[in-house]
Structures are given as structure tokens and as C-alpha cells.
Design a protein around this ligand. Structure first.
Ligand code: EPZ
Length: 416
């Protein structure tokens, strides 16, 4: 299995280009099932999760080919409505094909995704939404089947803000008869991107980016070309890299407006931030100031940046508190950071970080994508060698992470 080796403690400098957003690309690729016409997606990140979604599209009978960072898709006719267990178990976002298949064909069968290292990850809200639109749901032999004679717009309230349920319900409602009003919807940038893409194809979605989304059903969608939005979590990760190494880094192609809370927190931590168009330059300091965070749905502090923030705070000049409110088990990176000399204790969903002056390189293991990012960041700051194993988690969501850091001057390499 590949590993990443980092010799830490040298300054980074220069520019890095932010790739397309994983969490926007996944539902957008799935949503192309809603149209029989050709679509071209550009700025698609070449990530393992994106490749799995591509494979899933082909499994149900779609056509999808990459050319560089463009993805050419033509789902003339889908021949099977089943997302098999061997793909769903490798990527939970496979469940997005359910809303799209149900929307276009009124039928879908998807393996029930299991638990996950960061938390239980139920999909009850997705299924309740489908039922409200008129689908009958059956769960048998580890598969969920959804079937409807017709889908009819409905009033749907989500009990919990859910990105996945919001995306899936938008997809199922796009070709339904009449109007759907989705309340307590997720307003993450990737939800806005999905809605904007579908609108480009002729959908009638309004309110994306707010808590109430309205979808007026249309009878069919056309094709179209669309550029995936840049990844605000990847951008946040590189900004924290400047913070943790006390370096100056410029991000190009960054989604500035999506980064408001992250930029505010970095400023509180002592980083100097300069914005010019879609360029952000961050200059870190030797010991960041302590800055508490609590993860919340957008526009709150993203759970997908919590692990990276924990690494930054590990080096701060005081004590800070990190509250994780979205995923009940998302502190798996903390024992690994402590192995590198951090002083963090976890009680329930709270981590108390006592900042230390330095970290020391150590062999560490990645438990999930963002935990992996936090260990890379810690390795860049640590004295000596950090050897990170199970980096396949990183390849799911960061495009060429070691190449990008190497280009910024990090001593980082991937070994087989
Ligand atoms: C998405 O997961 C992201 N994945 C996750 O990113 C991210 O951590 C998460 O949203 C929160 O922002 C993709 O976009 C592919 P949710 P999702 O449904 O949609 C509860 C990363 O690192 N809930 O918004 O699965 C759930 O338990 C990843 O890139 C229900 O109770 O998350 C959680 O507490 C990991 N019932 C909360 O809602 C449901 O039916 C938010 O989950 C669905 C969710």
C-alpha cells in the first residue's frame, strides 16, 4: 500500500491551483441520469470517488468518458436501475443515483450503505423525502427499492440539515409533477452548484443557498456544459497549511465567497489574508493564536475542516476548544496527532487542545479523508520524518496532494 513520507519543518511558498469540488462533482455526475441529452462537465477533479461515480454511471448503462479534467456524459437510455453493493460499499455517495434514477425512471434499487468510520450515517431523510414525493420504499436483502407510478411535488421538512438528503430530493423532484418545497435544506456550496447545473439543463430550482428550496417540476431536461465549482475544503486545507507552517501561500481559482468563516477563523488565529479576485494569499505565523470552533452546517464552520483545524490548534500559543456536532466519531485523527506530540484530550463531542511549541514526526495512520489531511499538515510542521499509511483515503478527495505540496516546496513523497 502507498504511503506518504514527509520531512517537515521547511517553509512553503508559491501558488497552488484549487481543483473542482469533490462534493459538488459527485451529485452533479449522478444527476446527469436525469437527462437523455449529452452533458459536458469541466473542472472535474480526478479523484477515486469521482472514478467510482463514473463507474456507477456506466453500470446503470450511461456513457461517460474523461478527457483531462472534462467529463463527457451521455445517458441516452439507462438499462438497469440497480446500484450494486460492491460499488456502494466503497463510496456512500453512490446513494445519489437513487434520486436521479427515481426522478427519470420512477424506479431505483441501491444497496443500503453501511456504517462509516466517522459516524452512523443514516439515510432515513432521503427515503422520507422520496416517500413524500409518492415513491414506495422497500428494504430487503440489504437493498433499498424505490418505485413510483408518478412523482408529485410535496412539502418536505428535513428534521436534520442533510447535504445528501437535500441533493437526492432535489434530483427526484426535478422531473416530478408540480412544486416541491424543501425546508431546513442544506445550503452548502455543493448544493448550490448542483441546483445551478440542473437549472442550466432546464430545471426550475430556486432558493439554493438558503434554507428553503423550491423545485417546480419540468417534463424533461436538455444537455449542457458546466464547470464544477472549486473545492472550498481543499482551499481551506491549503490555507491551514500556510497557517501551520508559518508560510506564505497563494491559492488560485479559489471560491472566495464560500470560505468566509474559514478566512475569519484564520484571521483570528493570526494569519494575514489578502484577497484579489479569485486569488487568496495567506501568511501564517510561528505559533497561531488559539481559536475555538464548533462544526455546523453551512455557513457554519464545516465538519470537513475540523481535523485540519485540530492540527493547526495543536501548535497554537494557548488552549482551544473544538466541538464536533455533525459526526459523532470524527476525532480519529486526535490520537494520531498526539503520537506526534500534540496535547489534545477528547470527551464526547469536544476536544480540548493545549497548544504545544512543536510536533515530532512519527509513523501515523489515516482513518478517513480529512483525518488524512490533518496528518499531512501536522507532518509538514513536525520536526523529522512523518510516515503516513492508508493514504488511499486521501486519494478519494484530494487531487495529487503530494504533488501540490511538493510544488510549494514541501519535502514530501509518495512511496509504494
Ligand atoms: C456530506 O455527507 C459530505 N459528503 C460529507 O463530506 C460531509 O461531512 C457532510 O455532508 C456534512 O457536511 C458528500 O457531500 C459526498 P449529511 P452526507 O447527510 O450527505 C444526519 C468529506 O470529508 N443525517 O449532511 O452523508 C447525519 O447523521 C465528507 O468530504 C440523518 O440523521 O452528510 C449527520 O449527523 C465526509 N439522516 C447529519 O445529518 C439522514 O437521512 C449531516 O449528514 C441523513 C443525515
Amino acid at each position: 500500500m502507498d504511503r506518504i513520507i514527509i520531512e517537515g519543518r521547511n517553509k512553503l511558498s508559491g501558488s497552488v491551483r484549487i481543483s473542482g469540488s469533490k462534493n459538488a462533482a459527485l451529485p452533479i455526475i449522478a444527476s446527469t441520469i436525469l437527462t437523455a441529452k449529452a452533458c459536458v462537465l469541466t473542472n472535474v477533479p480526478m479523484l477515486n470517488d469521482v472514478l467510482v461515480m463514473n463507474k456507477l454511471l456506466k453500470t446503470v448503462g450511461g456513457e461517460a468518458e474523461f478527457s483531462g479534467s472534462s467529463l463527457f456524459i451521455h445517458n441516452k437510455s439507462i438499462s438497469n436501475f440497480k446500484a450494486p453493493y460492491d460499488l456502494v460499499k466503497t463510496m456512500r455517495a453512490s446513494v445519489y443515483v437513487m434520486g436521479a434514477l427515481l426522478g427519470r425512471y420512477r424506479e431505483a434499487e441501491v444497496a443500503l450503505p453501511g456504517g462509516c468510520v466517522i459516524g452512523e450515517r443514516p439515510i432515513n431523510l432521503h427515503l422520507q423525502g422520496f416517500e413524500k414525493l409518492g415513491a414506495k420504499i422497500n428494504i430487503e436483502h440489504g437493498y433499498i427499492r424505490a418505485k413510483a407510478k408518478k412523482l408529485k411535488g410535496a412539502e418536505i421538512n428535513l428534521d436534520v440539515v442533510s447535504v445528501g438528503a437535500t441533493a437526492n430530493i432535489i434530483m427526484a423532484a426535478t422531473l416530478a409533477e408540480g412544486k416541491t418545497v424543501l425546508r431546513n435544506a442544506a445550503s452548502e456550496p455543493h448544493i448550490v452548484d448542483l441546483a445551478n447545473f440542473l437549472n442550466k439543463l432546464g430545471a426550475r430550482i430556486t432558493g439554493q443557498g438558503t434554507k428553503v428550496i423550491e423545485i417546480r417540476g419540468v417534463s424533461e431536461l436538455k444537455g449542457g456544459k458546466y464547470a464544477i465549482t472549486p473545492d472550498y475544503i481543499e482551499a481551506g486545507t491549503f490555507l491551514v497549511a500556510a497557517g501551520i507552517t508559518g508560510s506564505k501561500i497563494t491559492l488560485e481559482n479559489s471560491p472566495v465567497k464560500d470560505l468566509e468563516i474559514i478566512l475569519n477563523k484564520l484571521t483570528e488565529a493570526g494569519c494575514k489574508i489578502k484577497i484579489s479576485g479569485s486569488k487568496i494569499t495567506a501568511q501564517g505565523i510561528e505559533r497561531p493564536n488559539p481559536a475555538n470552533i464548533e462544526t455546523q452546517p453551512y455557513p457554519g464552520f464545516p465538519t470537513d475542516m475540523q481535523a485540519q483545524w485540530s492540527a493547526l490548534m495543536a501548535l497554537s500559543s494557548g488552549a482551544s476548544i473544538i466541538n464536533e456536532t455533525i459526526w459523532e466519531k470524527r476525532f480519529m485523527h486526535i490520537p494520531e496527532l498526539n503520537r506526534m506530540g500534540a496535547n489534545i484530550s477528547v470527551k464526547g463531542n469536544t476536544a480540548v487542545v493545549e497548544g504545544v511549541a512543536g510536533l515530532s514526526g512519527a509513523p501515523v495512520m489515516v482513518s478517513d479523508l480529512r483525518a488524512g489531511a490533518s496528518l499531512v499538515l501536522a507532518g509538514l510542521r513536525a520536526k523529522g520524518t512523518t510516515e503516513i499509511s492508508r493514504i488511499y483515503h486521501l486519494d478519494r478527495g484530494y487531487e495529487q496532494i503530494e504533488k501540490k505540496f511538493e510544488a510549494l516546496g514541501a519535502r514530501i513523497k509518495r512511496v509504494k
